[in-house]
Design a binder for this molecule. Structure first.
Ligand SMILES: NC(=O)c1ccc[n+]([C@@H]2O[C@H](COP(=O)([O-])OP(=O)(O)OC[C@H]3O[C@@H](n4cnc5c(N)ncnc54)[C@H](O)[C@@H]3O)[C@@H](O)[C@H]2O)c1
Length: 198
């Protein structure tokens, strides 16, 4: 199933879920996992906007998989602990829109930028999700990432833990002047200010 197929199926589903959230839980924090995330987040934003309950600080998407994949694959090359090798991933959440900022990682020098190894690593990060979908052959996707992201990031932040910084696809000021309203970038999650785009 391609992301175009997913769009045709999921666009109306997330629209209807967003309308139901607006009616029943207008203050909810919404983590969007349904693909294609690059499209489903804006659909939800517009639906909430129409209902008058849109708060950009409560709507973000799960791109955690891109981040943990980037850390894991880079660590595999560098011989480091993935938990201690964070990689910021910006852009979006599909194929070439996934941009891992390898050179900013502490292990970034393990792969020479522009080399064949570097190209293979970037490709592996960008298309890792597609490989899982192919391997499962119609029986779902990388399901554990959803629980990991919700429990490990949002719930910890809502319980008051400070300093939780993670990339996520959000309404962002970074490239707004160039017409890009939503962009994956590092944000700091929190309780009172729900997140702050870094
Ligand atoms: N953002 C990410 O990192 C990431 C990671 C994994 C999966 N995904 C995406 O998450 C989505 C789910 O993947 P999955 O592997 O769990 O798929 P799945 O087929 O195992 O589960 C889909 C679930 O949605 C339910 N559903 C179907 N129609 C519905 C409707 N109209 N209203 C409410 N629920 C409905 C189904 O009953 C099923 O339980 C997919 O879009 C997938 O691409 C995203």
């Amino acid at each position: 199933m391609t992301r175009d197929d997913l769009f045709n199926t999921n666009a109306s589903i997330v629209r209807d879920l967003a309308a139901a959230i607006a009616r029943n839980a207008p203050k909810a924090h919404i983590l969007v996992i349904s693909n294609p995330v690059n499209s489903t987040v804006p659909i939800i934003a517009r639906t909430l906007e129409k209902a008058g309950t849109y708060d950009p600080t409560r709507l973000f998407s799960i791109t955690t998989l891109d981040v943990v994949r980037a850390s894991s694959f880079l660590s595999g090359i560098a011989g480091t602990d993935p938990a201690q090798t964070p990689v910021t991933v910006v852009g979006g959440h599909s194929g070439v829109t996934i941009v891992p900022l390898l050179s900013q990682s502490s292990a970034g020098t393990a792969v020479e930028q522009g080399s064949e190894a570097w190209k293979a690593l970037v490709h592996r990060i960008q298309y890792g999700g597609d490989k899982v979908v192919q391997a499962k052959d119609g029986a779902g996707s990388a399901a554990l990432s959803m629980a990991y992201a919700a429990a490990n990031l949002l719930l910890r932040a809502l319980k008051g833990e400070a300093g939780i910084v993670t990339p996520t696809f959000v309404k962002s000021p970074l490239f707004a002047s160039q017409g890009i309203e939503f962009f994956s970038s590092a944000v700091e999650l929190g309780v009172s200010v729900h997140f702050r785009v870094c």
